[in-house]
Design a protein around this ligand. Structure first.
Ligand code: HDE
Length: 700
């Protein structure tokens, strides 16, 4: 053993000596590649061995290169975000459609066609940095726009309402959803007692619960999600006249989610599913795009609306105020370095340019404190704005100085103002930020307004706006989550809230959970309304895209597959803007019918159908027969069917379909592929994304 170790050491040592003596690597260092140095710039001769007293002796403290390297490594981690720890970012730009000068003096909304650089970070909320992408959770949708009058951060979510009405409850809701403090699990999941205990005691969260139990909380891709600023903000025009505004991002590729059974499997097959999706799309030039829409309204509307516009558990239905598109966001570049940009980016709700102002939403007011505070904790210095991803891209000048890691300090003698040296910047009362001059004459109180008291009416409106399959998904999600609660009282309390939203929903969840005696509806502070009409905009299925663009088809091939059909399929999908990936028994590929090699992207075990939006079984008799013996191949088919996906299949694939329990004529979601005409029919069918009519018979 000792001899072996000694030989190993000797070998590495020999290699590095070669380098030190002007070997190949050394020459590269002097040619194309930069020379390795210490952080102080000193050239390094040997980065393979620490300095030792003899070949087998102790390491010497004198080895400054070794110590510097390890010291820096030991400090690589910064605290992860207390919420939204897992995220993924991209660069792009915001393009203004038309001048909004009538409503706001915000510089970025003045000149049609102008492009302003932007950075976006998408995230989950509850999971830690290394958690999986497809947790049932809210998604963060944080946008930083580097305007000519300072950074504007619209730190939103993919859901337009929130769990709580007052920022003082935020630590409670987050503690409740995070892993329980004694056992430190479950990770990235709301399906546990603490979360549902808190929710069952917090009726104001019921509207949000409808959203997080819907498919909105398991999006197929960041690219297929809406984004919402949630709170009511203000626009201020040049004369400081105020218009209330809500911000919404609408994805160009439409909305799409996965089903829960699929989400669970995706998390195993590819925990980075959403990251990879964004990386692949942007790297291949398919830049995702969102339209920024605004809902504008005045004080008179606010006074007459059914709910308080300051209450973040309420939305304004799009049928009541139609969102007006005002620009588009295009993401066209991945960061060069994840840590430098995505991890260090510091979003802050209080970053608003002149012309945008806050409302008195108590959640927004609390956030305006939290985001600055959290950056100091995470980034460790008040100079976090010196980090390139956070620095404004417009000229800036102030007298802030010193502090840890200061990269810039005032130049010259004057570091204060006013000064008589005539040095340094001065205020600009015309272009500078001015707050809305709201008259406030009120007692200091700890009171929730009466206008915040209705917790069920909009929850019901959301529920009745869903299609039947979407309603069933909500019931199934609630059942799943509550089934993980050990305390039966918590389950019953939630059902009693559901009864205030919709009796059928309450009864369905109660039945699925096996609750023996139906609880009474929860006491409601305000009688829930039943007259709010369904809002079409709230359903994903009703707002699906008219095309299959941006989606992905997995084609299962085997020995003897037909390359002509494969290429025809690839061409038809490319024309649609969709992508084709080949799945084969071996990643090295398979021999086609014409003797050529079909290269594969995935081997069957590593490319389950949950990774695709639709699948094709392009198999010969021989290829299908061989695959019938493989569980992964049978799962590929059975899952695609159970998840209501469209399945194209060649003549030879029949054996595998049957062996996987899928009848050839099960429904119109199975498309027999014989020629280019049938391929066109298949691609057209795929535009529906899922055949929801199948679901009732599948019973996942
Ligand atoms: Fe956040 N939130 N939040 N939040 N939030 C953070 O800031 C907070 C809320 C949102 O990709 C933290 O930099 C409070 C609503 C996003 O970097 C922290 C309250 C909405 C992100 C914080 C809320 C959000 C955060 C943690 C209740 C949707 C990720 C790290 C009053 C409109 C941004 C950080 C990124 C991050 C506080 C509620 C969205 C601790 C106190 C409502 C997208 O400051």
């Amino acid at each position: 053993m000792a001899k072996k170790a000694k030989n190993g050491i000797a070998k590495i040592h020999e290699q590095s000596l070669q380098r030190g003596n002007g070997g190949e690597l050394h020459q590269i260092a002097e040619g194309d590649r930069a020379r390795l140095t210490t952080a102080q710039g000193g050239p390094v001769a040997d980065d393979q061995n620490s300095l030792r007293a003899g070949q087998r002796g102790p390491t010497l403290l004198e080895d400054f290169h070794f110590r510097e390297k390890i010291f820096h490594f030991d400090h690589e981690r910064i605290p992860e975000r207390v919420v939204h720890a897992r995220g993924y970012g991209a660069h792009g730009y915001f393009e203004t459609y038309k001048s909004l000068s009538k409503y706001t003096r915000a510089d970025l909304f003045q000149r049609p066609g102008e492009k302003t650089p932007a950075f976006v970070r998408f995230s989950t909320v509850a999971g830690s940095k290394g958690s999986f992408d497809l947790a049932r959770d809210v998604r963060g949708f944080a946008v930083k726009i580097y305007t000519k009058e300072g950074n504007w951060d619209l730190v939103g979510n993919n859901i337009p309402v929130f769990f709580i009405q007052d920022a003082i409850k935020f630590p409670d809701v987050i503690h409740a959803v995070k892993p329980e403090p004694d056992r430190a699990f479950p990770q990235a999941q709301s399906a546990h007692d603490n979360f549902w205990d808190f929710i069952s005691l917090t009726p104001e969260s019921m509207h949000m619960i409808m959203w997080v139990m819907s498919d909105r909380a398991i999006p197929r891709s960041f690219r297929f999600m809406e984004g919402f600023g949630v709170h009511t903000f203000r626009f201020l025009d040049a004369g400081d006249k105020s218009t209330f505004v809500k911000f919404l991002w609408k994805p160009k590729l439409g909305l799409q989610s996965v089903v829960w059974n699929e989400a669970v499997k995706i998390n195993g097959a590819d925990p980075d599913f959403h990251r990879r999706d964004l990386w692949d799309a942007i790297s291949s030039g398919n830049y995702p795009e969102w339209e920024l829409c605004v809902q504008l309204f005045d004080q008179a509307f606010a006074d007459s609306f059914d709910f308080d516009v300051l209450d973040p558990t309420k939305l304004i239905p799009e049928e009541i105020i139609k969102p007006m598109p005002v620009g588009r966001l295009v993401l066209d570049r991945m960061p060069d370095n994840f840590f430098a940009e995505t991890e260090q980016v510091a979003f802050m709700t209080q970053n608003v340019p002149p012309g945008i102002d806050f409302s008195n939403d108590p959640l927004l007011q609390g956030r305006n404190f939290s985001y600055l505070d959290t950056q100091l904790k995470r980034l460790g210095s008040p100079n976090f704005t010196h980090i390139p991803i956070n620095a404004p891209k417009c000229p800036f000048a102030h007298f802030q100085q010193d502090g840890h890691m200061a990269m810039r300090n005032p130049v010259g003698r004057a570091n204060y103002q006013p000064n008589s040296w005539e040095q340094g910047p001065r205020e600009d009362p015309i272009r500078g930020f001015r707050s809305f001059r709201e008259a406030i004459d009120a007692p200091k109180v700890r009171l929730r307004a009466e206008s915040f008291a209705d917790h069920y009416s909009q929850a019901r409106q959301f529920y009745i706006s869903q299609t039947a399959p979407e309603q069933e998904h909500i019931a199934m999600a609630l059942t799943f989550e509550l089934s993980k609660c050990e305390n039966p009282l918590i389950r019953e309390r939630i059902v009693s809230h559901l009864l205030n939203i919709d009796e059928r929903l309450g009864a369905s969840v109660s039945g699925k959970l096996g609750i023996a005696e139906m609880p009474k509806p929860a006491d409601a502070a305000v009688v829930p309304r039943r007259d709010l009409p369904p809002s079409r905009a709230l359903s994903i299925v009703r707002n699906g895209p008219p095309s299959f663009a941006g989606r992905k088809v997995g084609v299962l091939v085997g020995t003897g597959s037909d390359t002509v059909m494969l290429e025809a399929l690839r061409a038809a999908l490319a024309k649609e803007g969709a992508v084709l990936e080949v799945v084969a028994p071996k990643v090295g590929g398979v021999k086609a019918r014409d003797g050529s090699l079909i290269p594969a992207k995935h081997m069957i075990d590593g490319g389950p159908s949950v990774l695709f939006d639709a699948v094709v079984l392009l198999l010969s008799d021989e290829g299908a027969e061989a695959l019938t013996a493989e569980a992964a191949a049978r799962d590929f088919v059975a899952d695609a069917f159970a998840h209501c996906k469209f399945i194209g299949f060649s003549n030879g694939a029949e054996a595998l379909l049957l062996k996987s329990g899928v009848a050839l004529d099960a429904d119109e979601g199975l498309v027999y592929l014989t020629d280019t005409g049938s391929i066109a029919r298949f691609v057209k069918a795929c535009r529906q994304l899922r055949l929801w009519a199948r679901e009732a018979g599948v019973k996942l």
